[in-house]
Design a protein around this ligand. Structure first.
Ligand code: SF4
Length: 72
């Protein structure tokens, strides 16, 4: 089983997150971190990392794990 998602899958996930209203700039104690540090306000994950891990999923089902579950 793949640990990392292929680049095209990670890029598609990141594009969905970038268009999502729940994506925020990561911050500590209300102070935004410098640079491009996108974080999900629901799961609090750092999305540049999370989108690259094959088994990860969006908490509100905007994208799923890789490879997707096969239907019976
Ligand atoms: S993981 Fe889901 S809810 Fe979070 S920013 Fe990405 S698309 Fe939005």
């Amino acid at each position: 089983m793949a640990i990392l998602a292929p680049d095209n899958i990670a890029n598609k996930r990141m594009a969905i997150c970038r268009a999502c209203p729940h994506l925020i700039q990561a911050q500590i104690l209300g102070v935004p971190l410098p640079g491009d540090k996108p974080q999900c306000a629901i799961c609090l994950c750092f999305m540049k990392k999370k989108t690259k891990i094959a088994s990860m999923t969006c908490p509100i089902d905007k994208w799923g794990k890789y490879p997707p579950n096969k239907k019976p």
